[in-house]
Write a protein of this length. Structure first.
Length: 123
């Protein structure tokens, strides 16, 4: 079950087993998209139960600007503050390299496949 909330042009949400999956549905997160993505997800994070996972699904994203990276860090910090485990899923090779270079990879658990994601969310 997917629900598009207030920003269907940027993020689609689902809530499998009470976890929050935020699938960014734009090809890039730049200056124009970063605030919209952050605000849409922040509202859902605030309503997510402690002990659950927040999955940032970037499978449709090919580019992230420095502002977009800052948004990823902000979302991770919000999740941690709420007692929610941050997981990132679906990144292409370029995004993986960018996250590693900027050390954002240390802030999220990575799921490289649907099987890895299912295992992370199950624990």
């Amino acid at each position: 079950m997917h629900d598009t909330g207030d920003a269907p042009q940027f993020v689609e949400f689902s809530h499998p087993a009470g976890h929050l999956v935020a699938r960014v549905v734009v090809p890039s997160i730049g200056q124009a998209e970063a605030a919209e993505v952050r605000d849409a997800i922040a509202e859902r994070l605030a309503a997510t139960e402690r002990g659950r996972c927040f999955v940032l699904d970037l499978s449709e994203v090919s580019l992230i600007s420095s502002l977009g990276l800052g948004t990823c860090v902000d979302l991770r910090n919000m999740a941690e503050k709420g007692g929610i485990r941050p997981v990132v899923f679906g990144m292409n090779r370029h995004l993986v390299d960018l996250f590693r270079m900027m050390r954002v990879d240390r802030l999220y658990e990575f799921a490289r496949s649907q099987q890895e994601l299912d295992a992370l969310v199950a624990r």
